[in-house]
Each structure stands twice: as C-alpha cells, then as structure tokens.
Design a protein around this ligand. Structure first.
Ligand code: ZN
Length: 398
C-alpha cells in the first residue's frame, strides 16, 4: 500500500479500536495518573507511619478511633488535601463526637446530580491501632481519587466522602444518607470502599457488593464492564445481597443506588483485622491498586455521562428494555418499553464492541435471540433510539 493508504488504514483501525473497546480517554488518563507511591504515602500518613502537616505544624495520626485525637487530625489532614485539589468542603457534623468530611467537585452541566465515592476514616482500637486495611486503605483511595480527578471536568457533581463512626454502626453514612433523602437530594450512585489491601492467596478476587435497590444492579454491571474495558484485572465476586456491615448499606437503606468494592470477605479474610498488626506491611499492593482503579474507572465513566447517568436522567426514567434470563445460556428474551419499540436499534455485542446481533425495531416490543453460537462470557445489550443510548450487561453461562 502507498503511504497515504497505509495512514488511513492505520487511522481507521485505531479509531475502530478506540470505539470498539469502549474506553473513554478521560477515564484512561485518570487511571494512568494513579500512583502507587502516592496511594501508599496517604496510607502511611493516616496510620502514623509518616508525619502529616496540620495547620503548618508537623503531627502524627495514631488511632483514628472516634474518641482518639487522631480522629480529628485525620479529618483536618484530609480536609487540607481536598482544598489543595480544588474541592469545596462540607463538614457534616452529626453529633458531638461525629463528623463526616465531604469534598465536592461541582458538575459543569448537572451540578445538583451527584455521584459519591466514599470510605470510613475512623477505626477501632485504642491508642495504637493503625487500621491500615480497615480503613486507611479506603480513605487513602478516596484521597488519591481527589488528586487524580482534579485535572478533569465532569458534567455530574462528584463528592469524595469520608465517613466517621462506621465502627459504631454506620452512624456517619446513615446520618448523611438519611439527611439526603429528607432533603430530596439526587444521588445517582454511591461507591463504597472498605478494606482494599488484603489478598492473602493472591487470586485477585475482590467483592462487589450489591442489592436490588434503585439502580444498584446497573451500577454493579458498570463496575463489571469497567473491570473488563480498562483491563483492571480483578476477579470480581458478586455478592448479592451485599453485606450490611459497611457504609454502602446506609445508602441502600435510604433507597439510593450503591455498590461496595472490597477485598474478599469470605474465604480470604484479613487475619490482622481490628488488631494492632493491621499495617501497610500486610498489603498486597498490586491488588490494592486494582481495587482503587476499579472504583475510579466506574466513578469516572458514570460522572462523564454514562450508562448509569443516562439510565437515571430524565430521558430514561425507566430503562427502555429488560432482558431475561440473565445469566442466559440458550436464548435471551428482550422486552422493550412501549414508548421505544419503533425505530430503535437493539444490538448484542461483546465487551470489545463486536456485534453479534442487531435489529431495527419496527413496532416490535419483544425479541428472542438465539445464543447457541456464542461462548460463555460478558456481553452487552445496547439500545439506541437515535437520540440516546442505553446498555445493560448480559452474562452468557453455558
Ligand atoms: Zn471498615
């Protein structure tokens, strides 16, 4: 081929690759900026291994237990970091001893619709209780998120949240989410991180906790898709119904969309949990980084106007279709909402965007697709009515 043809051939392939993979370059840029040294330095600062500077004075955070001075120090330390990343601060005091910290990145188009990434910053134990895995790991991942998201602009508001008094029964997250309900706040999705550092058997299994509340199952689908599209490399263990023992449960209890990402609680539980030996030295660092990246990719994709965002926007008050069974093996049924059954297109693709089936709907509100020629794995059902698109993850299991 002549040079010009080769150029266009390569350009076409590159564009096809980018579109086909479904990777968003802004999300990829955020993931590329995640820095292990930065992430672990935050863990060291939150657990007393490294000093912090609070109001210009060097200090050390020991226990972050609600009754220890380290609790307030951790709050002040993160608050200063959030301000440095250009976030607006909201201190959410819910009792004499309890205070959540919210760092707000205001959306450019939908300032009142928000996605929240959160973790609890308090821990158990008395004076010597580093609480590195539980939950400096999640808190540091929220801090690192605030850093790596700071250079980008998002249509939807993003809130970076640190909850207090989780260890006494999700008190901080409950206070916040019940206040949000009574205040009619639009929380499009909440992603919780609690214990991301332990992978004792090195199998890269992470839990994805979900319950059928609001659009939580769609948000979990989004996380599964992000893990694949951005090649994050976790083996996700879907837990449905997810545990009630950490802060995502407060959001479910208040009717909000939420998921929780954490190390494997069943079968590979951190033996140093809630002990003075819960330190950074026990972390599986590559695993920790993967968990943080999964949360960031999911959050960024959502906040950039994603499946979840459009799924909840005015256009899609209801998803335009439902699929069953899911997982499926031989056949898939799709029921299309009556408003959408004419002149919309339905596609079945793999996660790389390869199309296996498509049909333009002409006054048709149910489809039956034969899956016999498809292998087991994750697929995507895409819907487009010429104005908006909508997707849902399909699992084929043979
Ligand atoms: Zn915890």
């Amino acid at each position: 081929m002549e040079n010009k043809k080769i150029f266009y051939f390569l350009l076409f392939n590159f564009l096809f690759y980018m579109i086909g993979k479904g990777q968003n370059p802004i999300v990829q840029k955020i993931l590329n900026e995640v820095n292990m040294d930065s992430l672990t330095f935050f863990v060291k600062q939150l657990t007393g291994e490294e000093k912090v500077i609070i109001n210009g004075i060097p200090d050390t955070i020991f226990s972050r237990h609600k009754n220890q001075p380290g609790n307030e120090k951790a709050f002040q330390f993160v608050k200063q970091k959030f301000l440095g990343y250009g976030l607006q601060i909201d201190s959410f005091q819910f009792s004499a001893s309890g205070k959540n910290l919210l760092g707000i990145k205001i959306g450019s188009i939908y300032p009142t619709r928000k996605f929240i990434l959160g973790a609890h910053y308090d821990n158990v134990g008395s004076t010597i209780a580093p609480g590195a895995d539980d939950n400096a790991s999640g808190s540091a991942a929220v801090l690192e998120a605030a850093r790596v998201f700071s250079e980008s602009t998002f249509p939807f508001t993003i809130v970076f949240a640190l909850w207090d008094e989780e260890e006494q029964g999700l008190i901080g997250s409950n206070a916040y989410s019940s206040f949000a309900v009574s205040n009619n706040e639009t929380i499009l999705g909440y992603i919780n991180m609690d214990m991301l550092g332990w992978d004792g058997n090195n199998d890269s299994v992470a839990d994805l906790h979900v319950r059928p509340v609001a659009n939580s199952l769609q948000l979990a689908d989004k996380a599964i898709e992000s893990n694949s599209v951005y090649a994050i490399g976790l083996n996700l263990h879907i837990v449905n119904p997810g545990t009630g023992a950490t802060d995502h449960a407060a959001f479910w209890d208040n009717g909000y969309t939420a998921i929780g990402i954490n190390e494997e609680y069943d079968g590979d539980f951190n033996p140093f949990w809630h002990s003075s030996a819960d330190s950074l030295g026990q972390f599986n660092l590559p695993f920790y980084e993967k968990c943080a990246k999964l949360a960031y990719a999911t959050l960024a994709d959502c906040a950039l106007d994603s499946i979840i965002s459009s799924g909840i926007s005015d256009v899609w008050e209801q998803p335009p279709f439902i699929i069953y069974p899911n997982p499926a093996s031989a056949k898939l049924n799709i029921e299309i909402g009556s408003v959408y059954h004419n002149n919309s297109i339905i596609q079945l693709t793999d996660v790389l965007g390869k199309i296996y089936y498509q049909e333009l709907l002409l006054n048709k509100n149910s489809l039956e697709i034969n899956l016999q020629n498809l292998q087991s794995g994750f697929y995507i059902i895409k819907f487009n009515n010429g104005q908006n698109s909508y997707s849902s993850t399909l699992v084929i299991n043979k």
